[in-house]
Design a protein around this ligand. Structure first.
Ligand code: GTP
Ligand code: MG
Length: 195
């Protein structure tokens, strides 16, 4: 898809604030700092539309990016940042549970993991949660520019195993630095959203 028009429509917390045009949605989830905002920026060829930072835990709302008035990318705040208070963690949990469990236009979730490390327990819990709600999953291993090509196959099989992925779950090895995997991610987004 050739993307020219993108806007952050709303940073939402509660369902009443979600957009209501009925466009299909693709959500992006993953731990803080894994590269969600960078992935969105790579997909839409922008450097800084989705906010990126080296400060983990910065995105605290569901950010709905309108893509060509055809679909929304939904940037979900990252999990697993130790300095977030228990109360904020609970609020986060309620917000994402409400969104993932009851959003008919949600067509799939890109679940990001850091390609340099074994997936964490929270990454595994997120996949279990997405399986529970029967949501189509694309696992995206990020920061692959840091991994030599010769290790890519092994990285992929280790992630698949640790996350206990189902055969229908897809996986892409990605880098927002080299743009590796960008086309594969777009292909999946187009297939799932039907655009
Ligand atoms: P939160 O919004 O805090 O949850 O983080 P996020 O998941 O949106 O991560 P973000 O895109 O802000 O990236 C975090 C840091 O990782 C930034 O310093 C990025 O430049 C860096 N980063 C993201 N993707 C890549 C990648 O593919 N390769 C490398 N080398 N660095 C990356
Ligand atoms: Mg972010």
């Amino acid at each position: 898809m050739k993307v020219q028009n993108v806007e952050l429509t709303i940073s939402a917390v509660s369902p009443a604030q979600y957009p209501n045009e009925g466009f299909p949605e693709i959500a992006l989830s993953g731990r803080s700092n894994v590269g969600k905002s960078s992935l969105i920026n790579t997909l839409i060829n922008r450097k800084g539309l989705a906010r990126t930072s080296s400060q983990p835990g910065k995105t605290q709302t569901l950010n709905f990016y309108n893509i060509e008035s055809e679909l929304y990318f939904v940037d979900v705040p990252g999990y697993g940042y130790a300095k977030v208070s228990k109360k904020d963690r609970e609020k986060w949990g309620q917000m994402i549970e409400r969104y993932f469990s009851d959003r008919p236009v949600l067509r799939g979730v890109i679940s990001l993991v850091d390609g340099r490390h074994e997936p964490t327990e929270l990454d595994c819990q997120m996949i279990d949660f997405l399986h529970y709600y029967d949501l189509p999953i694309l696992v995206c291993a990020t920061k692959m520019d840091k991994i030599p090509r010769g290790k890519w196959n092994r990285t992929e099989s280790q992630i698949r195993k640790k996350l206990a992925l189902n055969p229908q779950d897809e996986i892409v090895l990605f880098s927002s630095v080299t743009k590796a995997g960008k086309e594969e991610v777009w292909n999946w987004v187009e297939k799932m959203s039907g655009i």
